[in-house]
Design a protein around this ligand. Structure first.
Ligand code: RBF
Length: 349
């Protein structure tokens, strides 16, 4: 009898524990989240993607219950939508996070077949879709201060820019991988506006590589531009930007870089680097996801004043390469921009 009672109790305990799930696999907690990092290209060589992946992985390491899958969709843009559709089809991911101005439209199309799928896209602007939240960097501002610095350098008598080596009017160059609205409406106009605050006669030579990986093509473009008098460059070209760096080292010209610290790639020639606080933004976004604080359907813009775009002053590549009077003028300009003393109108996207 005693044995039977014990056996009965054991069975009850087993049933109870199965019901409460204590001895079986732990039940999914509210704070558990499965994230797909959808890379529109490849991670290596593309600062916005490298920083996003680093941010998501750091967040996962610092918080329990966050699982991460990084998927590189490659350079064939015609395949991005189909690949995203197949990645989200079985509902494995609570959230898709990406960084690309062209992603919201793709997500809207894919999401219409999977109404509970959520998407958070940075470096993009899209409103009115209850499945999508976006965060736009105010790249007009970064382009404006980088353009201002490029203008100061091209108007200076630094070794590769002065009267003795100048061909034609002061000219700055912009090499882009491809044209898209954020680039043609914010970044290129911002860069030229910034340069023309130094000297309204400065001209812009704008060239397009045609993809995000062909460094040889970017080098050819840059060499041709240097031959016609461009002596300060910038670029938005992902991995292809390596070709520009090769060209300025070979021929002697300057560059200012968007989004990340590149000074060491061409000491004395890369004279200014901006920063995009993508890692910080992505980590903040993920804590908001867990706290249920993301507003889907809306877009937030972050820039210099909000602390998500800045410039790296504290590097020998800047400090030791530029004449003190250029540094002084540039620092005053960035202070003015931070304090809202520089008036500008951001063109609509
Ligand atoms: N930026 C990169 O660094 N690497 C890329 O491969 C890349 N591919 C892009 C593809 C498309 C269709 C678009 C619209 C933008 C791409 N960008 C890429 C640009 C990137 O998302 C961002 O706008 C710029 O880097 C400026 O911050």
């Amino acid at each position: 009898m005693k044995k039977n009672v014990v056996a009965f109790c054991l069975v009850c305990a087993a049933v109870l524990s199965a019901c409460t799930g204590k001895d079986s696999a732990p039940a999914k907690q509210d704070s558990e989240i499965s994230v797909l990092v959808y890379i529109t290209g490849v991670v290596a060589g593309s600062p916005p993607y490298e920083l996003m992946v680093a941010g998501v992985q750091e967040f996962a390491a610092e918080n329990n219950g966050v699982t991460v899958k990084v998927y590189e969709a490659g350079f064939n843009q015609a395949e991005w939508e189909e690949q995203l559709r197949s990645m989200v089809a079985d509902g494995e991911y609570d959230l898709v996070i990406g960084s690309n101005p062209s992603l919201p439209e793709i997500c809207a199309s894919v999401g219409s077949a999977f109404p509970s799928q959520k998407f958070i896209i940075v470096d993009a602007q899209h409103t009115g879709n209850p499945q999508i939240s976006t965060f736009l960097y105010n790249q007009y501002e970064q382009a404006l201060f980088l353009g201002y610095l490029a203008g100061l350098v091209t108007a200076s008598d630094m070794p590769h820019a002065g009267e003795s080596v100048r061909i034609g009017p002061p000219r700055v160059g912009f090499i882009a991988a491809q044209e898209y609205p954020l680039l043609t409406r914010h970044m290129v106009p911002g860069f030229l506006d910034g340069a023309r605050l130094v000297d309204p006669a400065i001209e812009l030579d704008f060239r397009v590589v045609g993809n995000w990986y062909d460094a040889n093509k970017a080098a050819d473009l840059a060499l041709g531009m240097i031959n016609t008098g461009v002596n300060v460059f910038t670029s938005i070209a992902g991995g292809a930007a390596q070709g520009l760096i090769r060209a300025i080292r070979e021929k002697g010209a300057y560059a200012v870089c968007f989004n990340i610290n590149e000074y060491s790639q061409a000491p004395g020639l890369i004279v200014g680097c901006g920063t995009m606080e993508q890692k910080k933004l992505v980590k903040e976004i993920l804590s908001d996801v867990i706290a249920g604080k993301i507003q889907y359907g809306s877009s937030r813009t972050v820039g210099v004043k909000e602390g998500y775009l800045d410039f790296i002053f504290d590097d020998p590549g800047y400090r030791d390469s530029l004449p003190p009077e250029i540094q002084e003028q540039f620092e005053t300009f960035v202070d003015d921009l931070r304090a809202g003393r520089v008036e500008y109108t951001i063109p609509p996207l």
